[in-house]
Design a protein around this ligand. Structure first.
Ligand SMILES: [Zn+2]
Length: 156
């Protein structure tokens, strides 16, 4: 039986950070093939273009009817963020987030984890692949060093 796989990926819009990513996969399996004119069960296991069909051995029709089994899988990835606020201070003591984000570099949705710890003056960021768990990028550095980077200034 031939399996068709379709994937729908809800990508975050450019310029916005999306906190929910949905992936939908549809698997279609052909269970049986019939002649659509006489109902004869045919020993075909692929869906081909109608012009390519061999005539039905019983009636000569090239029309087909399929029994299909659809298997739909969906998974969603949500994100979260936290801010530790201090009274009288504009900037939070710490900020952390974990969320799906579209990576233009990797051309897919990756898991982004970030911690800004102003108390201990640390900056940590990890970019990870959801499927394989592979870490594409990790940094753990003093916050002032990170803020001095050219890349930090360019970041939105
Ligand atoms: Zn037939």
């Amino acid at each position: 039986m031939r399996v068709f796989k379709l994937s729908f990926l809800g990508l975050p819009e450019r310029g916005k950070s999306s906190w929910l990513n949905r992936t939908l996969e549809i698997y279609m399996t052909i269970e049986a093939v019939y002649c659509n004119a006489c109902g004869n069960v045919l020993e075909e296991n692929t869906a081909t273009d109608q012009k390519e069909h061999a005539p039905c051995p019983r009636c000569g029709s090239t029309l087909r009817r399929y029994d299909v089994n659809l298997n739909v899988k969906m998974h969603a990835r949500a994100g979260f963020g936290m801010r530790h606020k201090r009274p009288g201070e504009k900037r939070p003591l710490s900020e952390s987030l974990n969320k799906p984000e579209y990576s233009t570099k990797h051309k897919k949705v990756i898991e982004k984890t970030r911690l800004i710890d102003r108390k201990n003056k640390r900056y940590q960021e990890t970019i990870r692949d959801y499927e394989s768990g592979e870490i594409y990028h990790h940094c753990d550095e003093p916050l002032d060093k990170h803020l001095g980077h050219g890349s930090a200034k360019k970041r939105k």
